[in-house]
Design a protein. Structure first.
Length: 335
């Protein structure tokens, strides 16, 4: 009789545990009792991660911006609804999609959390470190977020495989590189910001470290992983190879200046162009960035001819007509 009641208690306990949904937590938590496949992305990085997993988001913000600034890798489909600005997405548009999950940034969407959670469970995550977190970096955070999205959508195994393949790719690229001098990654983002230079805790900086190389630039704006340098400040980029991303904004007010040609890294050919890259993405963006960096560093190491960074073929096709309003351009590189 005692054995019978023990068996009943164990059965009830097991049944109760089976009914308790998993909790997946980043900056906020969501309960998951079944895969959530009707997902709205509140930023371009989440859209990228979903598409990497083979899930087309129901909606995403400023889709033209995804195609331009994220560079449309993976390509976003025509059926994805544009839900408006990333800072102020249309709650009505999101609700009309009847999602079972919404994913976005804590720094941008925390203030909208009560309204978003009335529509669907909302998973927010941090993009940048707080002032007392020197060890926080976006490379690790990116993969943490990607795995969480994979789990909440029922794609944990696929997500793990994608991350493992990424690490294998980075290891192979690392074996190709023999370069000892410091490296810095930068890009023009328009709106008079000058040159955006990424810190060692940025995605770019951490990729350089994982390729076995030395990253030079350590300064960042408060709560960010990059800073902006005016043309007067650019001489600070000294004793470093500058990897300059393809021009997605009108940078000629700097590169056409007589001062540009006198900058040590320009004058001494310590600069290499790389294709336009997304600085806040997931595994796809990480691999694209690592491969682009490897090609550029190998070209520099082998003494390849250096292209002028203000020649026509280093500009994107829409260099002189950046998409969107001033607000869209000024926030373009925040995902």
């Amino acid at each position: 009789m005692k054995t019978f009641w023990v068996a009943i208690i164990m059965l009830v306990a097991t049944s109760s545990q089976a009914q308790i949904p998993d909790q997946i937590c980043l900056a906020t938590c969501v309960s998951v009792d079944k895969p959530k496949l009707r997902v709205v992305a509140l930023n371009w990085s989440v859209a990228e991660m979903l598409l990497t997993l083979g899930i087309e988001p129901l909606g995403a913000p400023q889709i033209n911006g995804y195609k331009k600034w994220q560079t449309n890798h993976p390509a976003i489909g025509d059926h994805v609804l544009d839900i408006g600005r990333r800072q102020e997405p249309s709650l009505a548009a999101i609700a009309s999609l009847k999602p079972d999950l919404i994913v976005g940034y804590q720094f941008r969407h925390q203030r909208l959390l009560p309204q978003l959670e009335q529509i669907a469970p909302t998973l927010l995550y941090r993009q940048y470190a707080s002032s007392d977190e020197s060890a926080f970096n976006y490379f690790d955070q990116s993969l943490r977020v990607f795995k969480a999205i994979a789990k909440v959508t029922g794609n944990s195994e696929q997500g793990e495989m994608i991350v493992e393949t990424l690490h294998q790719t980075l290891a192979k690229l690392r074996q190709r590189l023999q370069y000892s001098k410091p490296i810095t990654y930068a890009k023009f983002v328009g709106m008079g910001y000058g040159l955006r230079v990424f810190s060692d805790n940025s995605l770019a900086g951490q990729i350089i470290h994982r390729l076995g190389l030395n990253y030079h630039w350590t300064q960042a704006l408060p709560g960010k992983d990059f800073t902006h340098l005016t043309i007067e400040q650019l001489p600070q980029l000294n004793n470093t190879l500058v990897l300059l991303a393809g021009d997605q904004a009108n940078s000629e007010y700097i590169t056409a200046s007589p001062v540009w040609k006198t900058l040590p890294f320009v004058r001494d050919h310590h600069i290499e162009p790389v294709e336009p890259l997304w600085s806040f993405g997931g595994p796809v963006s990480i691999e694209r960035m690592a491969r682009a960096f490897t090609v550029a560093i190998e070209a520099h190491s082998h003494g390849a001819n250096i292209k002028s960074v203000h020649s026509p073929d280093t500009h994107s096709s829409d260099t002189h007509s950046p998409e969107g309003s001033a607000e869209q351009i000024s926030e373009a590189e925040h995902g």
